[in-house]
Design a protein around this ligand. Structure first.
Ligand code: PMP
Length: 355
């Protein structure tokens, strides 16, 4: 803490460094990364990269990547914004669209960075409770608002909502921007990208970090009406934040074009998710229906915090949130089949599980 800090900076909680451990031999099921390597085509781009080219700056407009994303989703280049991870795209989104006379609405339990951005950009927000079993019901968002943001599927609750509900919300809220964070959409939910072509107030944000296995490249993007994209470009340019580096641009082009590999790895993760859900149920866990690459699960009688500590002592990292209301849940990333077998067999050895 420093006397020079603004109130917003004083309120910030730095990211817990323990979530990205440096030691080896750890089974890492805590930050929803993909257990499979990126597309071999993306790897080939990196391996064959002529490093002499790094002398020059990368394309400030990232045209090649915007075109590849636009092609993939049948939209135009001017419907696409790219940034250093969807976290940066989100930051620009908060700065661009949510400063109004009414609060920004978001689910009570959702991606933890949304409130952080509200603090940082001095945006008033209102948390809307989830329904039974953490269900997101967009009828609850019919109230004066200066914008609406939610993740679909939601994190950390893993549940998804229907496109029809998002469309109805877009129709009812023509004065504000509705942001759909689709970080996990490829693991079984439906994308709202098609709505962006019919509703100028819907902005969809996706990432290369999860279903494209490129978390380390830090690339995310937004798709929406050209006026929304223009707003994001203005914010980005006023921060003078530089676009993506050459390797990020070119490897992501290859990754987004490799639909076969994408389908194959996503299906493997979905199959492993279903297997894990069943196995955990046999051990007394109740998991919410997941459309993501993680499970949000609680045990019938063992406490989540204790279980997290037990698994950590066995070098398996899972995520625990101490927030009241979700403090008896674990969020477990779906790893490879072998990693999940290790998780299950480790849990089976928990001394109190079958008492
Ligand atoms: N949105 C949600 C819901 C997330 O869980 C995450 C990653 N944890 C992000 C956005 C940010 O992802 P990235 O910056 O890696 O694209």
């Amino acid at each position: 803490m420093s006397k020079y800090w603004s109130d917003a900076v004083t309120r910030l909680t730095p990211y817990v460094p323990g979530e990205q451990p440096k030691e080896s031999g750890i089974t890492k099921l805590n930050t929803n990364e993909n257990p499979y390597p990126p597309s071999p085509k993306a790897a080939a781009v990196i391996n064959n990269f002529d490093t002499d080219r790094l002398r020059l700056y990368s394309d400030p407009d990232c045209t090649q990547l915007k075109d590849a994303i636009a092609d993939q989703f049948s939209v135009n280049r001017n419907n696409v914004f790219v940034g250093n991870g969807s976290d940066e795209v989100l930051a620009h989104t908060f700065a661009a669209f949510f400063r109004q006379e009414h609060p920004l609405l978001m689910p009570e339990f959702t991606y933890s960075f949304y409130p952080v951005y509200c603090d940082l950009f001095d945006i008033e927000s209102k948390k809307i409770p989830l329904r039974d079993q953490f269900e997101l019901n967009l009828d609850d968002y019919d109230q004066p608002n200066g914008g609406i943001i939610f993740a679909n599927p939601n994190a950390p609750t893993s549940r998804a909502i229907e496109l029809g509900d998002i469309e109805a919300l877009a129709k009812r809220n023509t004065e504000s921007v509705i942001v759909v964070d689709e970080a996990y959409v490829d693991f079984g939910a439906s994308s709202a990208i098609e709505l962006t072509q019919r509703y100028d107030n819907v902005l969809v944000i996706q990432t290369f970090s999860k279903s494209r296995s490129l978390a380390g490249m830090r690339v995310g993007y937004a798709i929406g009406h050209e006026d929304l994209i223009d707003g994001l470009e203005r914010v980005k340019n006023s921060f003078n934040s530089y676009p993506l580096d050459m390797l990020a641009i070119e490897s992501c082009v290859a990754a987004i074009q490799d639909n076969d590999y994408f389908a194959e790895t996503n299906q493997k993760i979905i199959n492993t998710r279903e297997w894990t859900t069943e196995k955990l149920a046999e051990l007394g866990f109740i998991s919410l229906p997941s459309k993501t690459n993680f499970l949000f699960t609680s045990h019938r009688f063992l406490e989540a915090a204790e279980l997290m500590g037990y698994l950590r002592s066995k070098k398996i990292l899972v995520r625990y949130f101490s927030k009241p209301g979700i403090d008896n849940f674990l969020r477990i990333t779906i790893g490879t089949q072998e990693e999940m077998e290790l998780l299950v067999s480790t849990l089976e050895q928990h001394p109190d599980l079958f008492k």
